[in-house]
Ligand binder design. Structure first.
Ligand SMILES: Cc1cc2nc3c(=O)[nH]c(=O)nc-3n(C[C@H](O)[C@H](O)[C@H](O)COP(=O)(O)O)c2cc1C
Length: 350
């Protein structure tokens, strides 16, 4: 296996089987206010929402997980079938392997399904020169979008992962300019990968035509912990130590969301574990919620397992909407809430 295929397989294996999240759940610090007399018929609750210009029946995105190695095709097909069935959005994992002609099929398979919002994926580190590696061009981005008929391309920011990765690409100089150039040609969003997006970075991105951001905040999958497991297995003790030390680095997801949602449309992800968390994120200002690791194990099994998981999330969202007196997503967006504990401490100081 090439190093890239091996890394992707490692990520799936580690995320499915090892502890890769911190213990504190920041979403549980958000408490929506119960309405004892909600005036809503549960059967009439409408979860429909327009997200990045596309109509979703269920405002949820299975965010970038994989592509580019043999096991990825089935995972992406299972996710795509379920998202098409429920009317949710989907992102593929980094398309670097497609641009480098390592594998295209594991991404292109999602075109067999009628997914209402398809999001491509490319790493910001690939947009600038790295040690012995040339930068991808704007045309590479266009080709990657065509491969999956993407509605929008996500440029991912993952420098926490890169610093902890034995073979990491740690030059970030020039990424902002490269993102600006791509945003002039293609519809793009920018996503983090588990460390959140600050108000300063969100404002910079909203000023250059980026359509939205996926905050992917701290509290869910920690790629620092993921890379720690890989580094230890490779006996790279320095990277292993960096991975451990930075295992809770980042801005907690609800904090990132609340502090940027006035500036730009936000997909809320990072540690979303159920429909109550997803509903809370919309009350806090997100246009929709998303998750990766929560879906991964089901996606390794079957499309039906993913459908079951997404249906659970959707029904919990509906229950939350009934209990907050929200007949639709607009109503949920104005539901009242309180912020407790560590999340409140963050909000008081950020
Ligand atoms: C196995 C795995 C692989 C991932 N690969 C990518 C990727 O290629 N590109 C990307 O932007 N994010 C990637 N992510 C990050 C997720 O899209 C998401 O931002 C992050 O895991 C936080 O969400 P979660 O807490 O719901 O897992 C990956 C996540 C997992 C679990």
């Amino acid at each position: 296996m090439t190093l890239m295929k091996e890394r992707k397989a490692d990520h799936i294996e580690i995320c499915a089987n090892e502890k890769v999240t911190q213990d504190h759940c920041y979403w549980d610090d958000i408490r929506l206010i119960h309405e004892a007399l909600p005036d809503v018929n549960s059967d009439d609750i409408d979860l429909g929402a327009t997200v990045l210009g596309k109509r979703l029946r269920f405002p949820f995105i299975v965010t970038a997980i994989t592509g580019g190695f043999p096991g990825a095709k089935k995972i992406n097909a299972n996710i795509a079938e379920a998202c098409a069935d429920l009317g949710a959005g989907m992102g593929v994992g980094s398309q670097r392997a497609a641009v480098e002609n390592v594998d295209k099929e594991s991404y292109a398979v999602i075109k067999d399904f009628d997914v209402p919002l398809i999001i491509g994926n490319m790493g910001a580190p690939q947009l600038v020169p790295q040690k012995r590696k040339k930068a991808f061009t704007d045309d590479d981005i266009g080709g990657a979008m065509d491969l999956i008929s993407a509605d929008v391309m996500a440029i991912h920011l993952n420098f926490l992962q890169e610093v902890a990765q034995p073979e990491g690409d740690t030059n970030s100089y020039g990424c902002f300019d490269a993102i600006r150039s791509i945003a002039r040609k293609y519809p793009i969003i920018v996503k983090e990968t588990g460390a959140g997006i600050s108000p300063k970075t969100a404002k910079r991105l909203s000023g250059i035509g980026v359509k939205g951001i996926d905050i992917a905040g701290m509290g869910g999958t920690s790629f620092s912990m993921v890379e720690m497991h890989r580094a230890i297995a490779k006996k790279d003790h320095i990277r292993g130590s960096i991975g451990r030390t930075f295992s809770d680095w980042g801005i907690p997801s609800p904090v990132s969301l609340m502090s940027v949602s006035k500036d730009i449309p936000v997909i809320a992800s990072g540690g979303i574990m159920n429909g109550l968390h997803a509903a809370s994120s919309i009350a806090l200002g997100a246009c929709c919620a998303g998750a990766a690791n929560l879906i991964l194990k089901d996606a390794m099994v079957s499309a039906d397992a993913v459908k079951k998981r997404l249906t659970m999330i959707r029904e919990e969202m509906k229950a939350t909407m009934l209990l907050t007196g929200s007949a639709d997503i607009r109503g949920l967006a104005s539901a009242k809430y309180v912020v407790l504990g560590r999340t409140k401490e963050w909000m008081d100081q950020i």
